[in-house]
Design a protein around this ligand. Structure first.
Ligand code: SF4
Length: 62
């Protein structure tokens, strides 16, 4: 079962990810950390999806 506090459905990756990993991905998109530190590497399209993602402000958002 989905734990909305610890897991989010990521629209950029089309899968469930841990909230901590979502935050890592956000930091990579925002150039706060390097992409080599995270498992996935977003395409430009995925970066656009992430920049517009409501889960940046509210992890429980749809
Ligand atoms: S903020 Fe970015 S990494 Fe997190 S769920 Fe949204 S698209 Fe995925």
């Amino acid at each position: 079962m989905l734990n909305e506090i610890e897991d989010v459905i990521c629209p950029a990756l089309s899968r469930r990810i841990e909230l901590g990993y979502c935050q890592d991905l956000q930091m990579a998109v925002d150039d706060e950390i390097v992409w080599s530190g995270v498992q996935d590497r977003f395409s430009q399209e995925q970066e656009k999806i992430c920049l517009a993602c409501k889960k940046r402000k509210d992890p429980a958002a749809d």
